[in-house]
Design a binder for this molecule. Sequence first.
Ligand SMILES: CC(C)(COP(=O)(O)OP(=O)(O)OC[C@H]1O[C@@H](n2cnc3c(N)ncnc32)[C@H](O)[C@@H]1OP(=O)(O)O)[C@@H](O)C(=O)NCCC(=O)NCCS
Length: 188
Amino acid sequence: MNINIQIRRLTPADAAAYRQIRLAGLQSSPQAFGSTFEAESAEPLNSFSERLGRSAVFGAFCGAELLGIAGFVVRTGVKEAHKGLLWGMYVSPDARQVGLGRRLVEAVIDFARERVELIQLSVVSDNEPARRLYAGLGFVEYGVEKNSLKQNGRYYDEILMARDLGPDLPTLPPPCTEVALREQEFAK
Ligand SMILES: CC(C)(COP(=O)(O)OP(=O)(O)OC[C@H]1O[C@@H](n2cnc3c(N)ncnc32)[C@H](O)[C@@H]1OP(=O)(O)O)[C@@H](O)C(=O)NCCC(=O)NCCS
């Protein structure tokens, strides 16, 4: 697909386009999200614009067409405000595998860097494309929530992933091995 893509943060004025792609995602990939098409399609447009005011949602645009979305929110609570959550990742089927998902997650990482120390997310265990996307951008698996989601009597495990945004750790000196200690003794 040879297209000119612009990534930008959505504003409440994008609510109609956001609602459309969000509902399409919930409908076409119900197993990928914690929420449901039934619940959100019943919500009025202004609840989507309020969501865009509360949360940072990034969109991938081709002209005026919104082809992909990714959300980010800082955790609430004094002791959790150093962590953020990546949520609501979706790319329209016709626009997949050309790098939009990657660019959206990169936009979230850039935005989050100024605000939190860690980005967390959860992904259904059999969602290989999403797991690869996140792993390729430095997210590391740190746990599994068994039976995290339940739909139509079926359970889904979720993989918990996180990407550290903290400063790089200083390089540690090489380990002080027994041999090195002995060499020091001889050098005296
Ligand atoms: C997961 C999803 C967002 C990926 O979006 P995308 O725009 O196709 O992803 P990109 O083209 O940027 O691909 C980035 C990386 O993701 C991985 N990836 C994407 N699609 C893949 C596929 N079908 N199979 C395997 N890996 C895939 C690859 O590692 C790829 O890197 P590469 O191109 O260097 O191989 C998209 O498939 C989607 O919207 N799926 C349905 C909703 C969903 O699962 N959301 C995530 C909820 S946690």
